[in-house]
Each structure stands twice: as C-alpha cells, then as structure tokens.
Design a binder for this molecule. Structure first.
Ligand SMILES: C[S@@+](CC[C@H](N)C(=O)[O-])C[C@H]1O[C@@H](n2cnc3c(N)ncnc32)[C@H](O)[C@@H]1O
Length: 176
C-alpha cells in the first residue's frame, strides 16, 4: 500500500473508533432523526434566552435547532471530530455566539444554570445521570429523552415517534 493509502486507512480507522468507543461511556454515535429532534425541542416548550444542554451532542443537530430558536445551547461531546464539525457548522451558520461545545465527560457537566436537557444515550447512562439531574437542575427545568427512560421519574408526556420508539418529557418539579 502507498503511504497515502496507509494514512487514509489510519484516518478512517480513527474516525470509526471515535464513533464506537463512547459506547462504553454513554452511547455510540447514532443521530436523532431530524423530525424527532424537532419534536423533542417542541415538547420542552423553549423560551428564547433559555439554556439547553445536549449531553452527548454528536453532530450538534439539537444545538443548532435550539440556537435557531434563540436559545443558548451547550453540547458535551467526547469525540473531537464532532466538536470540530459543530464549531465549523456553527460558524458557517452564524450561530457561533449561541453554541458552545465542551469535550468534558458528560457525567461531569454542570447543569445548575440549565433549563432544558436533551439526552439520547444508553439506559445505563440515564441511570447514572438521574441523581445528577435531581441534585443540579433548577426547579422548572425540563428533560427530554429519546428511547430511554429516567428511572424513578414520571414522564409528563410520552410521544411515540417511530413504532416502539418514544420521546419522554420530564419536569424537575414532577420528580417522584
Ligand atoms: C446516540 S449519540 C446522540 C447524538 C445527539 N445527541 C443526537 O441526538 O443526535 C450519543 C453521543 O454521545 C457521545 N458520548 C457518549 N458518551 C459520552 C461521554 N461520556 N461524554 C461525552 N460524550 C459522550 C457519543 O460520542 C455520541 O456522539
């Protein structure tokens, strides 16, 4: 193989690994379909100026939707390729003032000033996040999850967005 072919193979391998390895941490990359992302945001009934956090933000689609609706949006994403992608896309769309992406582990996120959290991660990750939400989120905060549930919390709403696939809305003050 030529040096260029080796380099391209190495790059492709690195990208594939960076997409799959986070599966052990919170969930592999798998994008929320765009129509579902819109439903998730609508369910939270966002107001301009509110702060949305997407925990494990992937390619940043929820951040971009939120920023377009006048929200401040922060994503936590362990994969540097996606952080770079979001940085470039936000700049291209003129949304760089409304979108931040952090490379910190999402379980270290600080959520005290967050009104809306969106999550599309493994059930194990949601189980770990539950006490963090209970401790950190302010009253009135909304959490929207795709496919997985927040253990011990009663959903305010549940919408079947695909056969057998649900989006759940939780409210901080509704915690049971
Ligand atoms: C299922 S994808 C969801 C992407 C995006 N939220 C969406 O709805 O389209 C999960 C993302 O979380 C990231 N991730 C997994 N564990 C993480 C961790 N511990 N800290 C930060 N990001 C993590 C993965 O790299 C992946 O991009």
């Amino acid at each position: 193989m030529s040096p260029l072919a080796w380099a391209l193979t190495g790059l492709a391998g690195a990208i594939a690994l960076s997409l799959l390895l986070p599966g052990w941490l919170g969930g592999v990359w798998s994008p929320t379909p765009k129509d579902v992302a819109r439903i998730m945001l609508d369910l939270a009934q966002p107001h301009a100026g509110e702060h949305l956090v997407d925990l494990g933000c992937g390619d940043g689609r929820l951040l971009i939707l939120a920023a377009r609706q006048g929200l401040q949006a922060t994503g936590y994403e362990i994969n540097p390729f996606w952080r770079l992608w979001i940085f470039a896309k936000a700049a291209l769309l003129g949304l760089q003032g409304s979108i931040k992406v952090k490379g910190t582990d999402l379980f270290q996120a600080s959520l005290e000033d967050t009104q809306i959290v969106t999550v599309f991660l493994s059930q194990a990750a949601l189980n770990r996040l539950e006490p963090i939400f209970a401790k950190q989120l302010p009253p009135g905060a909304r959490i929207v999850t795709y496919e997985k549930v927040l253990p011990g919390w009663t959903a305010l709403k549940a919408v079947e967005v695909r056969p057998g696939k649900w989006v759940y809305l939780y409210g901080k003050e509704q915690q049971s």
